[in-house]
Design a protein around this ligand. Structure first.
Ligand code: EPZ
Length: 419
């Protein structure tokens, strides 16, 4: 198993050019099943979750090829509607394939995606949405047998704005005659990007970014090349690294408006933030100040995917920071490892109270989930001494060669084979 060895105490400085957003690219890869014809996804991040999704598409009969940062998908060989058990359990986003497979083949057999480190991750809202479109779903033995022979457009009501369930319904409805409306839809920028991709294929989707999305089904969709939005969570992660380690980090190819909840919190901590058309620059203060309270929520609230990184930055900030994780039920696993590094954090339920300390010290810690692992690397940059973050592979799921990016910023970090 690989790990990251981090020698802390160095300020970092430099530029990070953002690639396509993992959480935009994954549903877009699923939607690439829909058109008659191939697609090309530009600025595609070379990360484990994308590779796993491409492998799943290949098992369904497609051919995916990554070339010079562009993922080419040839879906002409699509011939299977059964999702591969092992691969589907590897990534949560395999459930996004339900909608497109049903749209194209009117049948789907999908293994029940397991929970993961951050929570049970049920898919009841995905199933509710698809059933509202006439899909008959039998659940048994860990497998979902879906029959879409009677699929039709219709109204879908979500009692929670689930990102994945919203995306599944958008893709399932794209080729259904009539108008489908999704009420209380998720409003994340990645939803807007999926709308952009579907419309680039010739779809008629509107309202993404609001709570009401309208999908007018079309007869066919055609292949297209598409550039997804830049990764706001990767960008926020590197801004947090600059805040915690000290120094100056500039994001290139960013969309500043996607980062507002994060940059506002970092400003509250005393960071100087400057934004340009497609850049965001952060200059850290000598010592960060605690933010009063951070509560994660569906967009446009504070993104849950940035909670762990902000918690790491708060560990050495002056004062007391309170973090409430409202989206996932088990997304504070990184706290125990931060405590081993000397952080003063008390957890009660979904709330973490962080009393800033003067400094953290290096330790051997373990990445337990993608963003928690990134948070431990950030803490290692700020800590005195050496930190070994085990299980770097889980960080590779969402960050392409994080160690190279941080080293280019002057951090002392390398990838090690663990004992
Ligand atoms: C997407 O997951 C992202 N993943 C997650 O990013 C992100 O944290 C999440 O949205 C929230 O923004 C991808 O886009 C691939 P949800 P998703 O459905 O779609 C509950 C990362 O680190 N829920 O909005 O699974 C669920 O348990 C990952 O990049 C149901 O109860 O998120 C959770 O508590 C982590 N039933 C809440 O809703 C359902 O049917 C939010 O889930 C679906 C979800």
């Amino acid at each position: 198993m690989e790990g990251f060895r981090v020698l802390g105490g160095e300020k970092i400085e430099g530029e990070v050019c953002l690639q396509g957003a993992k959480n935009a690219v994954l549903p877009i890869l699923a939607a690439a099943l829909l058109p008659e014809g191939g697609c090309a996804i530009r600025s595609c991040p070379d990360i484990r979750d994308v590779r796993a999704m491409a492998q799943i598409l290949d098992t369904l009969g497609c051919r995916c090829r990554m070339e010079n940062g562009e993922m080419q998908i040839d879906n002409s060989g699509l011939c299977r509607w059964e999702m591969p058990e092992g691969l589907s359990k590897q990534i949560r986003s395999s459930v996004f394939l339900l909608g497109p497979i049903l749209a194209k083949m009117r049948r789907a057999t999908v293994p029940y995606p397991g929970g993961c480190e951050i929570g049970l991750r049920p898919i009841d809202l995905h199933l509710k949405g698809l059933r509202a479109l006439g899909v008959r779903i039998e659940e048994g033995g860990g497998v979902l047998e879906c029959d879409g022979q009677g699929m039709h457009a219709g109204d879908v009501y979500f009692d929670y704005p689930s990102v994945g369930a919203t995306e599944n319904v958008m893709m399932a409805a794209a080729l259904l005659p009539g108008v489908t409306c999704v009420h209380n839809a998720a409003r994340e920028p990645e939803i807007e990007d999926l709308q952009g991709f579907l419309n680039a294929l010739g779809g008629r989707v509107s309202g993404a970014g609001t709570a009401l999305i309208r999908i007018e089904g079309v007869k066919t969709l055609r292949g297209a090349a598409y550039t997804p939005i830049p990764d706001r969570i990767a960008g926020g992660t590197y801004l947090c690294a600059g805040a915690a380690a000290g120094g100056k980090v500039t994001l290139l190819n960013a969309r500043p408006r996607d980062l507002i909840p994060v940059t506002e919190k970092l400003r509250e901590m005393g960071c100087r933030i400057h934004t340009g058309e497609s850049t965001v620059s952060l200059e850290a203060p000598e010592r960060l100040r605690a933010f009063s309270r951070l509560r994660t929520a569906p967009h446009p609230g504070f993104p849950t995917d940035m909670q762990a990184q902000m918690l790491s930055a708060a560990c050495c900030a002056e004062g007391t920071s309170v973090i409430v994780e409202n989206v996932f039920e088990n997304r504070l696993a990184h706290v125990a490892d931060l405590q081993r590094m000397g952080a003063d954090i008390r957890v009660s339920g979904r709330t973490a109270v962080v009393q800033g300390v003067r400094e953290l010290h290096g330790a051997r810690v373990t990445a337990r989930d993608l963003r928690g692992g990134a948070a431990l690397v950030i803490a290692g940059l700020a800590a005195r001494g050496e930190t070994l973050v085990e299980n770097a592979g889980i960080i590779d799921r969402g960050y392409a060669r994080m160690e190279d990016t941080l080293r280019r910023l002057g951090a002392r970090i390398d990838r090690v084979r663990e004992a």
